[in-house]
Write a protein of this length. Structure first.
Length: 113
C-alpha cells in the first residue's frame, strides 16, 4: 500500500485524531449542506463556515502540518467550504426571502384536489 506511507494514517496516534476529524467534518458539512437545501436558513451555512475554519486549522491544531499531502488537503477543503458558505450567506435566501407566488398557488391548488 504505497499511498499509506504518505498519508495521515501512517503516523500512529495522529492517525486516529486526524482521520476522525476529516470524517466528522466531511459528514457534518454534507448534512448541513443538505439541510440548507431543504430549509433555506443561513444558520446551517454558519455551521459550514465553522467546519471550514476548523479544517483550515487542523494541520496545526492536530500537529500534522509536516505531512504536506494531508495538510494541503485540509487547507484546500477547509478554504473551499468556508468560501462557498460565506458566498451563500452573502447572497441571502433565494428570492430575497420572499415567498414565490407561483409555488404558493400550485401548493394551494394541490391541496384542493
Amino acid at each position: 500500500m504505497p499511498w499509506y506511507e504518505n498519508s495521515v494514517l501512517s503516523n500512529g496516534g495522529l492517525a486516529v485524531s486526524a482521520s476522525w476529524s476529516f470524517i466528522a467534518a466531511g459528514s457534518a458539512a454534507s448534512i448541513l449542506a443538505a439541510a440548507v437545501q431543504n430549509t433555506g436558513n443561513t444558520c446551517e451555512e454558519w455551521g459550514c463556515v465553522a467546519i471550514g475554519l476548523w479544517l483550515l486549522a487542523t494541520p496545526w491544531v492536530l500537529g500534522f502540518s509536516g505531512n504536506l499531502p494531508a495538510a494541503w488537503t485540509a487547507v484546500l477543503c477547509g478554504g473551499s467550504i468556508t468560501a462557498q458558505a460565506v458566498s451563500c450567506i452573502a447572497q441571502g435566501p433565494p428570492g430575497g426571502g420572499k415567498p414565490d407566488p407561483a409555488s404558493d398557488r400550485q401548493m394551494r391548488q394541490g391541496l384542493r384536489q
